[in-house]
Design a binder for this molecule. Sequence first.
Ligand code: PHE
Length: 486
Amino acid sequence: MKRDNFGSRMGTLAAAAGSAIGLGNIWKFPYITGENGGAAFILVYLGCIILVGLPVMLAEFSLGRKTQKNAVGAFKELAPKKPWYLAGMLSVSTAFIILSFYAMIAGWVFSYIVRAATGQLNSVAPEKLNDYFGSVVSNGALPVFFTFLVIAVTALIVIFGVKNGIEKCSKILMPVLLMILVALMIRSVTLDGASKGLEFLFKPDFSHLTKKGILEALGHSFYSLSLGMGIIMTYGSYVNKEENLLSLAVQVTVADTLIALMAGVVIFPAVFAYGLKPDQGAGLIFVTLPAVFKSMPFGVFFETLFFLLIGIAAITSTISLMEVVVACVTEQFKINRKKATLFVALALFALSIPSTLSFGPWANVKVFGKTFFDLFDFLTSNIFLPVGGILVTVFAAWVWGVKNVVKEVTSDGLHEFKAKGLFAIGVKFVAPIGIGVIFINSIGVMKKLQAMGLSSTGAFGLILGVFVLISFIIWRIKCRTYRIEE
Ligand code: PHE
């Protein structure tokens, strides 16, 4: 079967940036930045992006392009008869499960587009907006309908293939996203009192920066770049052989970061101008902002634009999540794209129902003390994602080898890669240790050690030590035998 590829450089960039730019950029980044000291947090985040995010992205891109295979096939090709393909399977499962609830949140956004455009949202009294949001997500049938709608729209794009579906759509949607963002930015910074919001976002305040904030920056940089889920690997497998992977990865990273910052510039000046609180978490976009738009001239118009912006950002991310699964099913089971997409979409419909209902009729159904949504979210974000991230990084850096990664990144020496020494340190040491720390923290080990009487620095040091020791032992025993001859 001939493989579909991206047709143009712009298209490749639009698709990869489209995956990276999502709910994480427009909702979560501004909010956690606000909470953690504004510009101080942004500086740490930039450091994480450069030291951890970029090296892992390069590793994933090169694994995909070298093998021209999906996330499972790539491992099978480079390490035949070795269990590394399980890492690929973990990534694909993570993408599948995350998509089942990412589609639900995107569904809430879709329903808000309709509610905004019809003026319904605007007619809700500000103090009732919180209850209104609660009634929207707990309504049972309607959220399920909107989740299905997101999955169906995503499938409809993916079914047309890499060039005619994903690339074409991204090339249209990403410029639209940028235009809406710029329009909203202009509206927001020209409001009276906007400067307070800008100050909140850009004036460094290191006193608010905590260890927890640093870990949050690290975790978010990984999530925001769509790493650890086989996405960048799968997209990499569609990239032209002569393409400069370094400049592609840098451009995706810069675009992702810029859009996140721009989203902050849309949200905070407006929130401050109307005297509202910036730290409302999930409620920031669904509760606080509708209150802002209510007081703004032409509020219905800007509100509709804003939810459309988030909807677009979400769809270009859901298509990348679905593509990972579809590419794997198509190639590993040798069935055509149409059948594979339909099959995946049907399975997603089914899996999305428990999460969606867990905000309403199934709120009391608990597994291990968690609702379905909390359980899926915990498993993927806190366990599967970091473990998958460590495995792919260790595989690229230690098993396949940095030399091979560099060879692929530069298209066999066709392009320059000046910082390859720095890259080697990043991908071999900084990234796996960084992601390891996120993992250990997210499963609560830090808290347990502190409860046993260790200071946070002591707990951190102990974990780091154990981690390095285990890595060293694994490396001595396993990687030697798994190393691929160059
Ligand atoms: N990067 C996306 C965001 O910022 C989220 C995402 C993660 C999308 C993983 C696809 C895969 O929202």
